[in-house]
Design a protein around this ligand. Structure first.
Ligand code: OGA
Ligand code: MN
Length: 301
C-alpha cells in the first residue's frame, strides 16, 4: 500500500469487524492509531489494537484527555498491572498502578524522585524477575521544546546481526542493575539509589529473548547491563557497547516529540527506550505511566 508519511490508512489487509486507521511513525517501528478514543474501547476493538501493538512495537494515541481511572482501565486490556512495589517512591499515592515520571517538586518543595527516570537505554522492569510486557505512558505537561523519547526496535536489531554474532550471544545473560544513570547529586539521590538496590538485587536476563506471542527473537540489553554473567566487566564491555550501538542506529529507531495528551503504549519485550534530557529543566515535564506485568524471566545472581 502506498501511503504518505502523514496519511492515515485503513488496515484493509485483514477482514475484521472494525478497521483501525494507522499511520506509520518511522520506518523501523511504531504506528499512530488515528481513530480511537481509549476511554471507549470494546473487547473486539481491543483485539485490533493488540494486533497492531504486536506488529508495530509501539502505538501512539493522540488527544487522549482522560482521567487516571481511564488510563488504568484502558491499560488493563493489555494484562494485569504492576503496582510498582519495585519503585515505591515513584508511584502515585492513591493509584499504585500509576508511576509518576515528573520533575514537579514534591509537596514539601524538595525535588522529585523521578526527574531523571529513563535517561539511559532500557526496557522497563528488566532489573526484576518479572520484566514488563508493556508500558503506557501519557504526556500531561510537556516542556515548550524537547523532552523527547526515543524507541528502538530490538527485533530488527537482532535480525540484522551476522549468523556468527547470533551464535556468539545465543546463551549469554546480561546482568541488569536497577537505578538510573543520572542520579541527583544530593542526599535524596543517594538514598533513592541505595533503596532501589536493596529492593532490586541484580538479575541476569537472556541477551536474546524469544517474544512469547510473536515467537520472534529480540535483543534484550541496554545501559543497565554492565557485564555478562560468568564474564568480567572488562571482558563484557566491548560487546555490550557494540550491541547497544548497533541496536540504536538511526535506522532502528523512532524519536517521539510529545504533545500533551499523547499516550504511547510500547512492547517492552522487543523494544527499548530512552528519555532525552534535551529540555529546559526549569520547565515542567509531567508524565504518568502504567506498567503491564510480563512473564518471569532471568535469575538472581
Ligand atoms: C518510562 C520512561 C521515558 C520518558 O516512563 O518508562 O522511561 O521520556 N520514560 O519519560
Ligand atoms: Mn522506561
Amino acid at each position: 500500500m502506498n501511503v504518505g508519511p502523514n496519511a492515515c490508512y485503513l488496515d484493509q489487509q485483514r477482514e475484521v469487524p472494525m478497521a483501525l486507521e494507522l499511520r506509520k511513525l518511522s520506518h523501523a517501528l511504531g504506528a499512530e492509531v488515528c481513530n480511537v478514543d481509549v476511554s471507549k474501547v470494546s473487547e473486539a476493538l481491543f483485539g485490533e489494537i493488540y494486533h497492531a501493538f504486536l506488529q508495530h512495537g509501539i502505538l501512539l494515541f493522540r488527544d487522549q484527555n482522560i482521567t487516571r481511572e481511564q488510563h488504568i482501565e484502558f491499560s488493563r486490556h493489555f494484562g494485569e498491572l504492576d503496582r510498582h512495589d519495585a519503585l515505591p517512591r515513584d508511584r502515585h499515592p492513591e493509584h499504585p498502578e500509576i508511576l509518576l515520571v515528573t520533575n514537579e517538586p514534591k509537596l514539601d518543595g524538595s525535588p522529585s524522585d523521578s526527574r531523571y527516570t529513563g535517561r539511559q537505554w532500557h526496557s522497563d522492569m528488566s532489573f526484576t524477575p518479572v520484566p514488563s510486557l508493556g508500558s503506557l505512558l501519557r504526556g500531561i505537561t510537556m516542556p515548550e521544546v524537547g523532552g523527547d523519547t526515543v524507541f528502538a526496535n530490538m527485533t530488527l536489531a537482532y535480525e540484522t546481526l551476522s549468523d556468527g554474532m547470533k551464535a556468539l550471544i545465543a546463551d549469554l545473560h546480561g546482568i541488569h542493575l536497577s537505578g538510573t544513570r543520572k542520579i541527583a547529586n544530593d542526599d535524596s539521590g543517594v538514598t533513592r539509589a541505595t533503596e532501589q538496590k536493596r529492593l532490586n538485587p541484580p538479575i541476569a536476563q537472556p541477551v536474546v529473548r524469544v517474544h512469547p506471542e510473536t515467537g520472534r527473537k529480540a535483543l534484550y540489553l541496554g545501559d543497565k547491563v554492565k557485564r555478562f554473567d560468568r564474564l568480567t566487566e572488562e571482558e563484557s564491555k566491548p560487546l555490550i557497547k557494540y550491541l547497544n550501538e548497533h541496536a540504536t542506529r538511526f535506522e532502528f529507531i523512532y524519536r517521539h516529540h510529545w504533545r500533551a495528551n499523547d499516550i504511547i503504549a510500547w512492547d517492552n519485550r522487543c523494544t527499548m527506550h530512552l528519555a532525552l534530557g534535551d529540555f529546559d529543566e526549569t520547565q515542567r515535564r509531567h508524565m504518568e505511566r502504567t506498567t503491564v506485568l510480563g512473564t518471569p524471566s532471568g535469575y538472581v545472581v
